[in-house]
Ligand binder design. Structure first.
Ligand code: NAD
Length: 473
């Protein structure tokens, strides 16, 4: 059992940072073949320690084996496969067109690593949200320090073991610890900071990054809405939404936070969700091996207070509602009749409570979504092309699934990330490689340049040529 949070080890942090600074150009010069070899070693280590990873996540918060394999192991191995297949083309110089005014030259984009990077990760997917960004960082030729979450100490210890087996600390290292450790790291002049966590802490990270003008990728959270319109297949909607809402006990950044259902389908949708909950987790979810717990007492109290205060404000629990503080247990819960200013409709829930809100006209649903911060995910269940197009065009979100939830995360050809309050920058596949790269512009003069004829002294003939340049090019 791991109990104590490691204290800030400033000496170790500085030693690693300086070693990585000194080593960064060696790592940057590595070929695609060398980077692919390192990624393969990482994949092999994750597979080797798969049983221990399952055990660590069970100790941290009773994560079912199926969810560990599907949501921690598979994202890593599939991302590595994708990077291995595509890295040569990502790294290759990208030739760009030459305008007529610059005839006699050629230009391309050279992808250079940003340098020494910091990856700060959260607890809800402690392995894949630390190693996922690391795959992009390594693919792009950077060195990196990972600061995993203090809330999942067994998983963080596993991460350190895996990383230490694959990398020397002058290339990649894990520094465990809490806010104090994160703060000590954020004091250092990293070249890029990749943060995954809450919008509140994202702002702190961005302020710290500003001191060194470090670039940032911020993968944040917020309230991701789901719309179920009058044409939706209720069976599909209920089964998908129930799975993504209660998996990981609702502690998923792209979980459907609240569901907006056309009033004509409200009763059918609620009935279908209740029946799916029973099908997935049995009559008593507390006894189900497939049902997890809230990560810790603090988060248990947070979600319970949102529920209690919303009930006080008039919300009705139509399914579930039982809680057990001794086990951080909240039953899969469905709530209706919510005042829009109740806590469940104001804060990211990050727990197993599903607010269902009816709407009469699609514009009402759109207006409600627009009244909140831009979400990380927005999901639409509809058979109407017109409704789908209207929702996509009149709302903003990091990503959208149609007739599904959250699955866009698993397509590495799509950019993953939020917008403003739900995040800055994108990751996954080539987008992750770009996030950890500086796109360096390279211009090569091949033949004498026409611009040479415009050099001083500026006489009338040259002014005429400049006029012609403005007119013709
Ligand atoms: P968090 O923001 O509390 O913590 C994330 C990390 O930041 C941890 O490593 C923590 O130690 C560190 N941290 C906490 N306070 C800090 C501070 N003051 N200064 C510097 N570092 C600090 O988030 P969490 O509770 O671990 O995760 C839940 C949040 O993360 C939710 O909002 C969720 O939506 C979001 N999230 C987003 C994504 C995504 O991909 N966009 C993925 C998972 C979780």
């Amino acid at each position: 059992m791991i109990d104590a949070i490691p204290a800030v080890d400033t000496k170790r942090i500085h030693r690693i940072f300086e070693a990585q600074q000194a080593n960064q150009y060696n790592v940057a010069e590595s070929s695609a073949k060398e980077r692919i070899r390192k990624l393969q070693l990482l994949s092999d280590a994750v597979m080797k320690y798969r049983p221990e990873i399952r055990e660590a996540l069970y100790k941290d918060y009773r994560r079912p084996v199926a969810e560990v394999d599907l949501a921690e192991i598979f994202p890593i191995t599939s991302k590595i496969k994708h990077a291995k297949r595509n890295l040569r083309s990502w790294m290759a110089p990208h030739k760009v067109a030459t305008p007529r005014s610059l005839i006699g030259s050629s230009s391309w984009v050279h992808y250079e690593p940003k340098g020494v990077c910091l990856i700060i990760s959260p607890w809800n997917y402690p392995i894949q949200l630390a190693l996922g960004p690391l795959i992009s960082a390594v693919a792009a030729g950077n060195t990196a320090i990972i600061k995993p979450s203090e809330s999942t100490p067994h998983s963080s210890a596993m991460l350190r073991k895996i990383v230490e087996e694959v990398f020397e600390e002058k290339e990649v290292a894990v520094v465990e610890g809490d806010v104090d450790t994160a703060t000590a790291l954020l004091d250092l002049p990293f070249n890029h900071i990749f943060f995954t966590g809450s919008p509140e802490v994202g702002k702190i990270v961005m302020v710290a990054a500003a001191k060194n003008l470090a670039s940032v990728t911020l993968e944040l959270g917020g309230k991701s809405p789901t719309i179920v319109d009058e044409t939706a297949d209720i069976g599909t909607a209920a089964s998908q939404i129930t799975w993504t809402k209660y998996s990981n006990n609702g502690q998923i950044c792209i979980a459907p936070d609240y569901v907006l259902v056309h009033e004509s389908k409200l009763d059918a949708f609620v009935a279908a969700v209740k029946s799916r909950i029973r099908e997935y987790y049995g009559e008593n979810a507390a006894e189900s091996d497939s049902y997890m717990r809230i990560i810790n007492a603090r988060n248990f109290r947070r979600v319970k207070s949102y529920l209690d205060d919303s009930i006080q404000a008039g919300a009705k629990v139509v399914h579930g509602g039982k809680t057990d503080a001794s086990d951080n247990y909240i039953e899969p819960t469905v709530v209706t009749d919510l005042p829009l200013d109740s806590p469940l409709m104001q804060h990211e829930i990050f727990g197993p409570v599903m607010p269902v809100v009816p709407y009469r006209d699609l514009q009402e649903a759109i207006d409600l979504i627009r009244s909140k911060e831009k979400p990380l995910g927005l999901y639409i269940y509809s058979k109407s092309k017109q409704n789908v197009n209207r929702i996509i065009q009149s709302t903003r979100a990091g990503g959208t699934c149609i007739n599904s939830n959250a699955v866009h995360f698993f397509n590495p050809n799509l950019p993953f990330g939020g917008s403003n309050n739900s995040g800055i920058g994108k990751t996954h596949g080539r987008f992750g490689f770009i996030a950890f790269s500086n796109e360096r512009a390279v211009y090569k003069q091949i033949l004498p340049s026409a611009l040479d004829t415009l050099k001083p002294p500026y006489n009338d003939a040259k002014l005429k040529m400049i006029d012609m340049t403005i007119k013709w090019f």
